[in-house]
Ligand binder design. Structure first.
Ligand code: NAG
Ligand code: NAG
Ligand code: NAG
Ligand code: NAG
Ligand code: NAG
Ligand code: NAG
Length: 858
């Protein structure tokens, strides 16, 4: 069981502020990307894109050299049909020959090519090829940039939602793209489960579970998740936890919003072809425009019985206009009707529940608004079960962010425990010893995780093999047409030697035990393989050991790892150990006592027979490729900014020079200075006109600096004209304060000499201050005289900066004396009043002795 703590109000735990790292949640869809940021000091909500939209069109594209994202990228498809890439989710880990890839080719105008790995890449009009992982990484990078500007810090940790039916390969593709984008994936979460987390956040449940169906109709597919919610009582009310258990799954990978768009587009294609006796399929621009139009028309038909199609200059300069009715559209989708609600029925069957057990069917996903889908669901489950009490677009991403906050352990949140469900049967094929000497060796298939088995989970497989062998983990059947069934191959090495060693040590019939794990992000791995045999140890410690061993293996519950969670690494598991598997390290503990080694860990090597995840090297190459684009974009942006700043500056200088009246600029400049600037200005304008277009950022900057250097002394003069009186006031203030202080202190000193007391200040101290004051005064008188003779167009006789620093010297000297503590003497007094104070205190001394109390320090 995944265990983490969530709460509606996010309090920061004891972690120091600077240790807190933001968590970015991304709901990456075929049509829309939603993101949400969990960051200290940032209100928790969905992340807005650069146009302040709450969802980002899932498209990346290029308008010639400029890379675009979101709707900007989507809208250029009509002009640049092979440079605008939408619906990429269909291609995650899709083999080139799969049905998913051919569906993509049927809806997209992009040029599809095959990669060396057998997956899909897309070719731009300039001939460059980009893998699906790279294109998705660009989008994730765009989202990360949005998050970083919102958080005002680097954002690295992310959590991404995936459909529950995603295979190992598809999950790897998600992580590969994220890593290329420089994100570190803490976990993947099923979108239905994420909606459940969001749903549970504001609600309380009984101990007896209540079941809800989360029906999610997206652009790529429809899925139904049956979730049981209940409370787990703790010692006190505050310790009550909420449990979320996925009980059933149903899905249809090939019916969703995009399939509906395709049907509608085909109506438009037929209309056009019939009307204009042309084949619009031959025109990529036209096809891209129709795809966009289909999605617009579909939205209109959701609320209206009819919609007008209108695309100007669709192709061959023909403006295409036609009318589509909802009836016509629904007729074209007739065969899909039975598939809309079927995932719910499948989910119920897999959960072994009936509709009577379901409290509500929660509708989410953009396509759940389509009337024919909604009415099919209403018909199947009954009006009374339908609930639209979550935000159809945002519930999943918000739930994912709350989940991420919980596992990041940096935000204090409500205690929610999740058990998810495996979508497929996972089997292990392994060679078995021949039944008889000389018989054919056999291959056995063991079902290790069955569909609907809860996870995260570990299971142990016991093998009687005597030699090295390979475990082949695989799905029972292709998860989707054209998808591989292989997951991983795991070679186990050193078997015979380990078995022999155990036998020599006295073990009877030692065996191989392989622990196989289904992680909380849904990844399968072989966690550990050991050779193990009971060794009869007749010593007392041996007996104790066997007692310990028997007792503890049943309750071998693993505590959560303190490591930062990471979806694909071994460190991610936080789970219960399944079955009575020998816990290796426990055994080691016991060994120390018994000094008998009955378990030997075996070396394993994991390989990927088909569709391996990207290698470290491949990811690095892609990351560099993307970084090069970003760098070029930044350089281009800087250059544009430098050019804009230069141009703006030149116009400002031109205006300054053309002013006839008594502007500060005119008053503070000499004629010859102005003509030098005029000359430089004309020269720069001419340069800009001739070569400005192709110049470098540095040239723009250096041309501006040259002119600024001429302007600076003039500007400086008039800031000095304004600043001088203020600085002079300051100097006079310290002059006056010091004089006042000295007068009073000297009076006190005289009195003390008369009464024979020890005073606060010595004569030497006061003389030294007097000297500093005199120096300051002499200097000040001098510069004030000089400054009187200075014209406005001359440089000042003294800089205000110097006035301040000279005054500071005097001030510091004065403050030193003011802060001095009075000598500790009962009779110490300073009073300026005639009476001697009996409770002479420091503070009193200060406040009477000086008109400048401490807090007035500058
Ligand atoms: C489902 O409903 C049936 C009939 O109402 C009931 O007998 C059964 O106990 C319920 N199952 C669960 C798990 O609540
Ligand atoms: C088996 O025992 C030998 C001798 O003690 C040792 O060198 C070797 O590493 C052992 N092999 C394994 C797999 O434990
Ligand atoms: C085995 O048990 C020890 C101590 O009880 C624990 O720290 C460790 O995490 C367990 N290992 C596994 C794989 O469950
Ligand atoms: C800028 O450079 C390009 C190619 O180097 C050239 O074709 C163009 O004429 C140049 N423009 C100017 C204003 O010099
Ligand atoms: C200087 O100080 C005096 C008295 O505090 C004030 O009246 C006068 O406005 C000040 N002059 C400037 C230029 O700050
Ligand atoms: C400094 O202060 C004294 C008395 O407070 C005053 O007579 C003198 O003119 C001042 N000097 C300057 C330079 O302001």
């Amino acid at each position: 069981m995944k265990r983490f703590i969530l709460c509606l109000l996010l309090f920061l735990t004891t972690f120091a502020q600077d240790v807190l790292a933001s968590v970015l949640a991304i709901d990456y869809g075929a049509e829309w990307i939603k993101a949400s940021l969990m960051s200290p000091g940032v209100p928790f909500d969905v992340l807005l894109d650069r146009n302040s939209k709450r969802k980002i069109q899932s498209t990346v594209g290029w308008k010639r050299e400029d890379r675009l994202f979101g709707s900007d990228a989507f809208n250029i498809a009509g002009r640049f049909p092979t440079d605008s890439f939408s619906s990429l989710k269909f291609l995650q880990a899709a083999p080139f020959d799969s049905q998913a890839a051919s569906f993509y080719a049927s809806i997209s105008t992009a040029d599809v090519v095959k990669t060396e790995r057998g997956t899909v890449a897309l070719r731009r009009s300039d001939g460059t090829e980009w893998t699906v992982e790279e294109l998705i990484a660009m989008q994730l990078g765009y989202v990360r940039d949005l998050a970083e500007s919102a958080a005002n810090e680097k954002v690295k940790n992310a959590i991404i939602t995936v459909p529950p039916y995603y295979t190992e390969h598809e999950r790897n593709a998600v992580i590969d793209a994220a890593e290329i984008a420089g994100l570190s994936i803490m976990a993947l979460i099923h979108d239905g489960t994420a909606v459940a987390v969001n749903y549970a956040m504001t609600r309380t449940f009984n101990e007896k579970p209540e079941y809800h169906v989360i029906y999610d109709a997206g652009a790529s597919s429809i899925r139904a998740t049956i979730v049981g919610f209940n409370s787990i009582p703790g010692k006190t009310k505050k310790d009550t936890a909420t449990s979320i258990t996925v009980k059933g799954l149903g899905y249809d990978r090939t019916v969703g919003g995009a399939e509906l768009d395709r049907r509608l587009r085909d109506i438009l294609i037929n209309d056009f072809n019939k009307k204009h006796k042309k084949e619009i399929r031959d025109d990529k621009r036209g096809m891209a425009k129709l795809w966009k139009e289909a999605s617009r028309v579909k939205a209109i038909l959701s609320a209206n019985a009819e919609a007008m199609t209108s695309v100007e200059s669709l192709a061959w300069d023909i403006d295409f206009r036609s009318k589509v009715s909802r009836n016509e559209f629904e007729n074209a989708c007739k065969d899909l009707k039975v598939r809309y609600a079927k995932p719910i029925l499948d989910a119920l069957a897999s959960a072994d529940l009936s509709l009577d057990n379901i409290t509500s069917v929660i509708l989410t996903g953009g396509a759940s608004r389509t009337p024919m889908i909604q009415s099919a669901v209403r018909a199947a489950v009954g009006e009374s079960k339908i609930a639209m009490n979550v935000n159809a677009d945002e519930a999943a991403v918000l739930g994912a962010a709350l989940y991420g906050a919980g596992i990041s352990r940096q935000f204090k949140t409500k205690d929610i425990r999740i058990t998810d469900m495996a979508p497929y049967d996972i089997l292990v094929a392994h060679p078995a010893p021949a039944k008889a000497d000389g018989a054919q060796p056999r291959t056995l298939n063991a079902l290790i995780f069955s569909t609907a088995s809860p996870y995260p989970k570990k299971k142990t497989l016991t093998l009687k093999n005597k030699e090295d062998l390979t475990l082949q983990l695989h799905y029972r059947s292709p998860p989707a047409p054209g998808f591989p069934t292989d997951i991983i191959d795991v070679q186990i090495k050193g078997v015979s030697e380990a078995l022999q060693n155990l036998t020599e040590a006295g073990a009877i019939d030692p065996l191989i035990k392989a622990t196989i794990q289904l992680s909380e992000s849904g990844f399968v791995s072989v966690h550990e393989v050991v050779a193990h045999g009971e060794i009869k140890d007749e010593s007392i410690s041996g007996k104790i050991k066997s007692l310990l061993g028997a007792g503890s293996s049943a309750s071998a519950t693993k505590t959560e790892s303190e490591d930062k969670p990471s979806a694909r690494s071994e460190g991610a598991e936080a789970s219960t150990t399944a079955t009575g598997a020998a816990n290796a390290s426990e055994t080691k503990e016991a060994e120390k006592k018994a000094v008998v080694k009955d378990t030997i860990e075996l070396k394993i090597e994991t390989t990927f027979p088909t569709l391996p995840p990207l290698s470290v090297q491949a990811r690095r190459v892609s990351r560099e490729r993307l970084r090069a684009i970003s760098n070029a974009e930044n350089a281009k942006q800087q250059k544009e900014e430098a050019l804009n700043t230069l141009e703006g500056y030149l116009y400002r200088v031109r205006d300054l020079l053309e002013e006839e009246s008594d502007t500060p600029f005119r008053k503070c400049s000499k004629a010859q200075e102005r003509s030098a600037m005029r000359e430089k200005l004309d020269e720069t304008l001419a340069w800009l006109h001739d070569q400005g277009e192709n110049a470098s950022t540095n040239e723009y900057v250096s041309h501006r600096t040259a002119l600024e250097n001429l302007e600076y002394p003039i500007t400086h003069r008039y800031t000095e004209v304004k600043e001088f009186p203020v600085a002079l006031n300051n100097s006079q203030k310290w002059n006056w304060s010091t004089r006042l202080f000295l007068t009073e202190a000297k009076l006190n000193l005289e009195k003390e000499v008369e009464t024979g007391e020890v005073g606060k200040y010595t004569k030497e101290e006061l003389d030294a201050l007097e000297k500093t004051l005199k120096e300051h005064e002499v200097w000040l008188n001098d510069v004030v005289e000089k400054q009187k003779r200075v014209q406005m167009y001359d440089d000042p006789a003294v800089e205000s900066k110097e006035l301040y620093s000279r005054a500071k010297v005097l001030e510091t000297h004065l403050q030193k004396l003011v802060k001095k503590k009075a000598p500790k003497k009962k009779s110490a007094t300073t009073s300026s009043s005639k009476t001697e104070s009996t409770t002479a205190s420091e503070s009193r001394t200060e406040s009477t002795a000086t008109p400048t109390p401490r807090h007035e320090e500058l």
